[in-house]
Design a protein around this ligand. Structure first.
Ligand code: 13P
Length: 251
């Protein structure tokens, strides 16, 4: 098996109040777990500073952003500056989540600009790809993934390739309770690995889409699945802890 470090990344999307955040960390601290995997959380942008402070105190969790702008600064009302993220010591940024692609109409060309800009600031990038149900049923999964990878990851300098991570999130599996089978996910991951711009055994490829404590083990046992990008199940400390516990055992 490839030498790999398993990453469990919570994408909190537009969820969690301050009270819920403090509950989450109170419960996490009570559980006193020994983390062998990497545990990361991407909260809403407005909560990044507070999470960074808590994470600094507890030591175990790294904090990232769910999106960033393709520009550093200027007249872009409401956007999140990658320069500001780097300046604040944010570890990573998620780019190209299917909700950004569909709701906010971000296409592969725009996402490429965002990826390059984030890498310029040495942010780790979790670039998301995945097909819709219609695309899968029309046998277009590989075409879609190929396009998302070739356009979205164009012109990445080789010396920045170590900062790049991928999340394979079949759109039909996100928030639906319908996970891809471990075999379907592994097939997608292997395809993605063979289509990376700088072919790399070391690139971390996460699976996302209805990952839960009771289905994560089968996914992580696959050779090309290096962790999970988790929505719903990352919001509750107990579930997040269980995900990390399984990841620590599988490693
Ligand atoms: P769920 O885990 O809620 O299906 O969300 C997956 C996701 O979109 C993570 O980015």
């Amino acid at each position: 098996m490839r030498k790999r470090e398993i990453h469990i990344v919570g994408n909190w999307k537009m969820n969690q109040t301050l009270h819920e955040i403090s509950q989450f960390f109170v419960e996490m601290t009570k559980m006193k777990m020994e983390l062998k995997c990497k545990a990361w959380i991407a909260p809403q942008a407005i909560h990044i500073p507070i999470l960074k402070e808590i994470a600094f105190t507890t030591g175990a969790i790294q904090i990232g952003a769910q999106n960033c702008c393709e520009h550093d600064s200027g007249a872009f009302t409401g956007e999140i500056s990658p320069l500001a993220l780097a300046d604040m010591g944010v570890e990573f940024v998620i780019i190209g989540h299917s909700e950004r692609r569909t709701i906010y109409k971000e296409d592969n060309e725009l996402l490429n600009k965002k990826v390059l800009k984030a890498l310029e600031h040495n942010l780790k990038v979790i670039y998301c790809v995945g097909e819709t149900l219609d695309e899968r049923e029309a046998n277009l999964t590989h075409d879609i993934l190929e396009k998302q990878l070739s356009v979205g990851l164009a012109n990445i300098p080789k010396q920045k390739a170590h900062l790049l991570m991928i999340a394979y999130e079949p759109v039909w599996a996100i928030g639906t309770g319908k996970t891809a089978s471990a075999e379907q996910a592994e097939e997608g991951h292997a395809f993605i690995r063979s289509h990376l711009p700088h072919s790399s055994d070391e690139t971390i490829i996460l699976y996302g889409g209805s990952v839960k404590p009771d289905n994560i083990e089968a996914l992580l046992r696959k050779a090309n699945i290096d962790g999970a990008l988790v929505g719903g199940a990352s919001l509750k400390a107990n579930d997040f802890r269980q995900l990390c516990t399984v990841a620590s055992i599988v490693m």
